[in-house]
Design a protein around this ligand. Structure first.
Ligand code: SF4
Ligand code: SF4
Length: 458
């Protein structure tokens, strides 16, 4: 890249992209996806479940609520597991359908789309926006630019507020906002995430995908020759050339009428006719634009279409079942089934047993031995629970007293000193394995077990 004075530049100056509005199947699909995903994002924190916010990551209380489930820091591996499932889902969809995530579901794409809608509403279509940017400042320009900024800033603030609402109960946050009594950290994070939304979706836009997103760089590792890509049919389209609307196909020219509609609708400003490029987020806008042109010309559709490298080079059909996709599907199903099984077996109770290290054992009444332990009982349920403690593993072993019940509040870790007593003549070894059991006192009792050692003077 050479500058005006002849010196070499490291980076090309950024040129603003004005994506042209397009109508068609893929654009409709994107619109529905944007509405669905943003609808979930903005309204999910307002849903209540069991008198709690349905989805709440309560960091100060170290509890994560996800509908009927409550996760504690000890359950972190469940969340890690969910993230692993999400990653495998991404790998699988990428191997099959290429950059489906980028074009339809990535937050950067989804919010940018909304910001583009607001921009069009305030400043008009592509040509009007270009004209407005070139014009000198006048009342019309100030009004339209101010309206756009007002919409962008308002939407960004709502986004930041909603994001913080996943970590602080959103109804309380709303009241604090209305009474201008937001805490300093809450205020900071609302502004921070609002600013991030504004910067990424309003100004950076395609530059985030081109220069900042790591996924764009490593996704090619998941591609193979049968992965769906968006491609221009060069054999059919070239040599390209202008012609009158409705003109029949010309012998010397291909079907591309060189209208540049596919370039003008592209949110990353590339020309798909130059071949597959990493900047292409597979949004399908160029397919819609070109199909509209083909319809007007009376030519066959799909000069630009979803296809695969194999089909474009050797013909053939889309192959969904390949070693890579089968492996990804197998691992994906395995991870999902394993996760569902683990969740169904999950007991909202944790137990840790610590032996008293000050005394190995105590002789009682000359014919019995006692060992002392501390039981750490954690109630991971949403309500206060009563638990019964018992011990087994040696003939006649019992706790002292024999009946121990404790009440533990939700989220509390209860330290319970417990003595276990066994008759000397029932003990065969110096160190025997015993097991503590803590069970709820409900009809359908849930319990956890923990093994430890019982020491005796043999
Ligand atoms: S929209 Fe279709 S016809 Fe127009 S330039 Fe692009 S590929 Fe050619
Ligand atoms: S080339 Fe087509 S599919 Fe790729 S980003 Fe541009 S408009 Fe979207």
């Amino acid at each position: 890249m050479i500058s005006n004075n002849g010196s070499e530049l490291l980076y090309a100056a950024h040129e603003k992209i004005y994506p042209r509005e397009v109508k068609g199947t893929f654009q409709s699909l994107r619109n529905y996806t944007v509405i669905l995903l943003l609808g979930i994002y903005y309204f999910l924190p307002w849903i209540k479940w069991d008198s709690h916010q349905a989805v709440l990551f309560d960091l100060p209380a170290r509890k994560f609520y996800i509908f009927s489930l409550t996760f504690w820091p000890q359950d972190f591996y469940y969340l890690t597991w969910l993230m692993v499932i999400a990653s495998i889902t991404l790998f699988l969809t990428t191997a099959i359908a290429g950059r489906l995530w980028c074009g339809y579901a990535c937050p950067q794409t989804v919010w940018t789309e909304i910001f583009i809608w607001m921009e069009r509403w305030a400043e008009g279509d592509r040509n009007s926006q270009i004209k407005l940017d070139k014009s000198s400042w006048n009342v019309n320009k100030i009004w339209r630019k101010s309206l756009k900024q007002f919409l962008w800033i308002g939407f960004s603030a709502w986004t930041g507020f909603t994001f913080v609402g996943y970590f602080t109960p959103i109804s309380e946050l709303g009241q604090e906002l209305l009474t201008v009594s937001l805490g300093p950290w809450e205020f900071f994070w609302v502004v921070f995430y609002g600013f991030a939304t504004y910067g990424n979706a309003g100004f950076m836009r395609e530059q985030v995908c081109k220069y900042m997103c790591p996924y764009a760089r490593f996704q090619s590792a998941m591609f193979d020759r049968d992965t769906l890509i968006i491609a221009y049919d060069e054999k059919r389209g070239e040599p390209r050339g202008h012609r009158k609307k409705g003109a029949s196909q010309i012998q010397a020219l291909g079907d591309c009428v060189a209208c540049d509609q596919c370039v003008q609708v592209c949110p990353t400003g590339i020309d798909i006719r130059d071949g597959l490029q990493y900047e292409c987020i597979a949004c399908g806008a160029c397919i819609d634009a070109c199909n509209n042109v083909m319809d007007k010309m009376g030519y066959c559709r799909n000069l630009i279409r979803y296809t695969t490298e194999n089909i474009t080079q050797t013909g053939g059909v889309i192959r969904l079942i390949r070693l890579r996709t089968v492996l990804y599907t197998f691992v994906w199903l395995f991870a999902i089934v394993g996760f569902l099984f683990a969740i169904s077996q999950r007991v909202p109770l944790d137990l840790d047993v610590i032996r008293d290290r000050n005394a190995l054992y105590q002789t009682v009444d000359e014919d019995s031995i006692e060992n002392v332990y501390t039981l750490k009982i954690m109630n991971k349920d949403r309500k206060t629970q009563r638990y019964q403690v018992s011990v087994s593993g040696l003939p006649g072993i019992t706790t002292v007293p024999a009946e121990i019940t404790v009440e533990v509040a939700s989220g509390e870790v209860y330290n319970l000193p417990v003595r276990a007593r066994a008759a000397l003549d029932s003990i065969q070894r110096m160190s025997s394995e015993i097991e503590f059991k803590v069970a709820t006192l409900e009809a359908e009792a849930q319990s956890v077990h923990e093994t430890t050692r019982f020491l005796a003077p043999l």
